[in-house]
Design a protein around this ligand. Structure first.
Ligand SMILES: Nc1ncnc2c1ncn2[C@@H]1O[C@H](COP(=O)(O)OP(=O)(O)OP(=O)(O)O)[C@@H](O)[C@H]1O
Ligand SMILES: [Mg+2]
Length: 277
């Protein structure tokens, strides 16, 4: 069911310098025929993407269920309040809160349904700022729980990027969950989106104040199955070592770039460049 364990050689993405990319998805510009081995690698990569997308959907669904439950508790409590207090002011307040919570509930389910429906596996001009905010809706409770303070800086003039919204949302989720796990408890997370100086790109930065990555492991973090985690954490996330491999794979398929800078004890920043529309 899952990507088989017996993968003989890791896909070619293990070289983290994202500029030279021997293979990405389907369309091979040069048109030279693929060897059996290359075809096999392509096949494994497609499987990796598929399992990652199922895992993301599962993760999203469980996160959203918790969020949704929270929202329902708010609705129930304010409905009770409105029934108990018959004066206009209390009822207006209760109804206002119920409306607010219901709108949030509808946003949460909307995000899940969009992923499940494969809203946009095709590459099209996409508002990455909106995608960041959608993704954060799902992680709000988790970030609060671990006291991670999240700052978003979305440049007002940022151009749309030519991407698959679903795939880039997966990348964002992976990076944000990694950041949250690296922080552990209490820290800062910055998400910045802007046009890069080079007019070709839109640039997304995810910076955390977490544990950082030692220089000797940094070259391995994009390798499939490389993980320093002992298994899923108490929120049921992490530990397979496929998150960043999938991110790299997705960014390569967009002909974008991903790089990482990290200092142990200070934190880590991932910078992604995607083609501007
Ligand atoms: N923001 C970060 N700060 C510190 N270390 C990180 C960060 N992001 C990734 N890492 C390191 O890179 C490793 C690989 O990350 P990756 O997301 O691929 O796998 P994982 O998080 O261990 O498991 P999963 O496949 O469930 O995401 C992690 O185990 C961790 O050691
Ligand atoms: Mg991860």
């Amino acid at each position: 069911m899952n990507a088989p364990n017996a993968i003989p050689t890791p896909p070619a993405t293990s070289n983290p310098s994202s500029s030279g990319k021997p293979v990405s998805t389907g369309a091979l510009a040069g048109g030279s025929p693929l060897s059996d081995e290359q075809q096999y690698i392509q096949h494994l990569k497609a499987q990796l993407r598929q399992s990652q997308s199922m895992a993301t959907l599962g993760e999203l669904t469980s996160t959203a269920t918790h969020e949704f439950n929270n929202v329902l508790m708010t609705i129930i409590n304010y409905a009770r309040l409105g029934i108990r207090n018959r004066d206009d002011a209390s009822r207006d307040k209760a109804l206002g809160k119920i409306l607010e919570a219901s709108e949030r509930a509808s946003k949460i389910t909307g995000t899940i349904l969009a992923q499940a429906r494969n809203r946009s596996e095709s590459f099209e001009p996409t508002d990455l700022g909106g995608l960041i905010l959608d993704t954060l809706v799902l992680l709000e409770r988790e970030m609060n729980k671990y006291r991670v303070s999240v700052t978003t800086e979305i440049a007002p003039d940022v151009a749309p990027a030519i991407v698959s919204g679903n795939q880039i949302q997966r990348v964002m989720l992976n990076l944000l969950i990694n950041a949250r796990q690296a922080i552990g408890e209490c820290g800062n997370l910055l998400i910045r989106l802007a046009n890069s100086e080079d007019p070709q790109w839109v640039e997304l930065v995810v910076r955390d104040s977490g544990s950082g990555i030692p220089a000797e492991t940094l070259p391995q973090i994009f390798d499939p199955f490389f993980s320093t985690k002992m298994g899923p954490d108490e929120s049921g996330k992490g530990g397979t070592g496929l998150g960043l491999a999938a991110c790299k794979e997705i960014i390569d398929a967009h002909r974008g770039k991903i790089r990482v800078e990290s200092t142990v004890g200070v934190g880590t920043a991932f910078t992604i460049r995607l083609p501007r529309a």
